[in-house]
Design a protein around this ligand. Structure first.
Ligand SMILES: Nc1ncnc2c1ncn2[C@@H]1O[C@H](COP(=O)(O)OP(=O)(O)OP(=O)(O)O)[C@@H](O)[C@H]1O
Ligand SMILES: [Mg+2]
Length: 331
């Protein structure tokens, strides 16, 4: 059984007229123990929305309108709020882009990690504090016992991100969602954080949903990739296969924008603007049944114009794509 199964997840936003505007449509992917899936796509494609829906943390005005989210077989969408609170930070946790917004400025970092262990693991205050120092060591924070007494503002961005990771992994979650965990950091620190995530994953077999614009990190860390476009999943499959033979023109466009991308190469590649794909993602409310990529697609034909966007179809084992021309654009 996969650790995480997202099945036909749809999320809507309450519009001005009271109706629901689709934000995510029929999103499906699965993730096994110890594996990493990267969610990629341009800004606004729905990556964070997917993460928040899984965590049960959608902002007001956003509602899940369909589908299931199974964590180890348990449907999170029908779970009671109390159950969700006990799962969050324990069986599933999340690392956010900007640690300052997620860390409490009024408590030392050691106390904040200890609090997670006290709350979820019922450790004594003393044991929780000792464990917190061990976790700071595990995320390679030097002089951990001293640093545990520091407040978030006394640490660098990279150190704070390590604290966030320590906090997220304190209860050895089955699932970790990392939403752009390194965007605010400089390139060398980014590489260190990704290395750290990979190392901790090896030790704990945590399944990771990685959201990043850093395709170098995707090539290095992800087993699978799900490409999102305008709130829809348009291609999924093994990372190596997608990188080597993308079948959706949008995926090709994304990869084409990163000239250095070669699977297995450690060099972090920055995600560039989609200069090579003219046009923009259709905004919320402008999306009909047509292929959402139609207006930007150089390959579009009358077939594409006359039919709704096709569902994801298997093109190779584990490789699915939503494009009428996927067979023609053969690998
Ligand atoms: N609080 C909000 N109010 C209104 N619209 C929102 C809000 N949050 C997200 N959206 C919209 O929902 C859609 C999905 O946004 P989401 O944040 O998931 O994108 P993303 O893929 O994470 O992008 P980025 O790479 O910029 O983080 C976008 O169209 C976005 O404009
Ligand atoms: Mg986001």
């Amino acid at each position: 059984m996969p650790v995480l199964a997202v099945e036909n997840l749809s999320v809507g936003m309450t519009g001005r007229s009271g109706g629901l505007v689709p934000v995510l449509e029929n999103l499906s992917f699965t993730l096994d123990k110890g594996k990493t899936i990267a969610l990629v796509g341009e800004s606004g494609c729905g990556k964070s929305m997917t993460a928040l829906a899984i965590m049960g943390l959608l902002a007001e005005g956003f509602v899940v309108t369909g589908g299931r989210i199974l964590l180890d077989g348990e449907d999170l969408l029908t779970a009671r709020p109390k159950r969700l609170r006990s799962l969050r930070g324990d069986a599933m946790s999340m690392v956010f882009q900007e640690p300052m917004t997620a860390l409490n400025p009024l408590y030392t970092v050691g106390d904040q990690i200890a609090e997670v262990l006290y709350y979820h693991r019922r450790l004594s205050r003393k044991d929780a504090a000792e464990q917190a120092v061990e976790f700071l060591k595990a995320v390679q924070i030097p002089a951990a016992a001293q640093r545990a007494k520091a407040y978030p503002h006394q640490m660098s961005g990279g150190m704070r991100q390590r604290v966030m990771i320590a906090m997220a992994l304190a209860c050895k979650p089955k699932l970790l969602i990392a939403d752009e965990p390194t965007t605010a950091l400089d390139v060398t620190v980014q590489a260190q954080i990704f290395d750290l995530l990979a190392k901790l994953q090896d030790e704990t077999e945590t399944a990771i949903v990685l959201i990043t614009h850093d395709l170098g990190a995707v090539a290095e860390l992800a087993d699978d990739i799900a490409v999102l476009y305008a709130g829809r999943c348009i291609e999924t499959g093994p990372a190596k296969e997608l990188a080597a033979s993308p079948r959706h023109p949008y995926t090709s466009g994304l990869l084409g924008c990163v000239p250095h991308l070669t699977v297995g190469v450690a060099k972090p590649a920055q995600w560039h603007d989609l200069g090579e794909i003219p046009g923009m993602v259709p905004s919320l409310g402008q999306r009909g049944p047509d292929c959402a990529f139609l207006a930007r697609c150089a390959n579009a034909t009358d077939v594409c114009r006359s039919r709704p966007q096709p569902p994801l179809g298997a093109i190779a084992p584990g490789h699915t794509v939503s494009c009428w021309r996927a067979q023609e654009i053969a690998a």
